[in-house]
Design a protein around this ligand. Sequence first.
Ligand SMILES: Cc1cc2nc3c(=O)[nH]c(=O)nc-3n(C[C@H](O)[C@H](O)[C@H](O)COP(=O)(O)OP(=O)(O)OC[C@H]3O[C@@H](n4cnc5c(N)ncnc54)[C@H](O)[C@@H]3O)c2cc1C
Ligand code: FES
Length: 256
Amino acid sequence: MQKVVLDFTVVSNLALNESNHLLRMRAEESLLAVAPGQFVNVEIPGSSEVFLRRPFSVFDADPERGELSLLVKVLGRGSRTLCGVQPGQKVSVVYPLGRGYTLPGSEERVLAVGGGSGVAPLLFLARRAGLPPGRMQVILGARSAGDHIPTEAYSRYATLSCTTEDGSLGTRGMVTDHPLFDRLEEFSRVYTCGPLPMMKAVAARATAAGRFCEVSLENLMACGFGVCLCCIEPTVHGNLCVCTEGPVFNINDLKW
Ligand SMILES: Cc1cc2nc3c(=O)[nH]c(=O)nc-3n(C[C@H](O)[C@H](O)[C@H](O)COP(=O)(O)OP(=O)(O)OC[C@H]3O[C@@H](n4cnc5c(N)ncnc54)[C@H](O)[C@@H]3O)c2cc1C
Ligand code: FES
């Protein structure tokens, strides 16, 4: 799969809540096609302490206009530095990487479930799926209302529900406590991205209901293109690099 190293110019950096930033960037040229669930590897600008690039899902992209958006959650030094970039600053990005979600047919009904920074690829997925109203449901989970990013954008392409562990927004509990999980037979596909325990719980429910399920793994990565082998995941096809064979996997391929 073709990939390039491109310099993007930061167009805006918007703090969405205490720990999440939306970075909009533009390249001088049009971009290669990109699929929902694919990711980019970003050089942390101006940092002498963070040597390795950091992987981030494509939150949104308009390849013809050279536009790329990332949703970045502050976790450690790299993400914190990246969240401090200013409009006009250059950011070097390896683009696009990995294999994304398989898109549903137009007659299908699908459920997408995200938590933490795993909400990032689901907006692009909902937009690209382009399903008629009512055919796609998205559940976004967080600890509490303040941890949710603004969700209006998701509502443009899907029916949105939120869960919070403390009940401060939407259904109280974990994403799998949402009532839609009692109606999984209505969906032909389940997509998920987020913390590993959340994805495992979602995948277990989807598997029990006999539903097609794809998960997007966030194994630690370095090179991002299959050389360093630090992102290996044991699968039924042997040990695979998440950065090249994933990050999206069908649950039947994983040894969970
Ligand atoms: C394919 C892929 C897509 C991703 N998409 C997004 C996204 O859209 N938005 C977003 O905010 N983040 C995303 N991440 C996670 C993001 O890459 C990490 O948060 C980031 O690299 C952390 O870098 P740092 O320098 O801030 O933290 P570090 O200093 O490198 O790490 C801080 C702590 O977090 C842990 N950590 C680092 N990376 C991960 C990880 N991937 N999973 C679990 N723990 C980790 C480290 O072990 C350490 O304990 C994605 C990761 C992958 C692999
Ligand atoms: S990150 Fe280097 S092989 Fe996957």
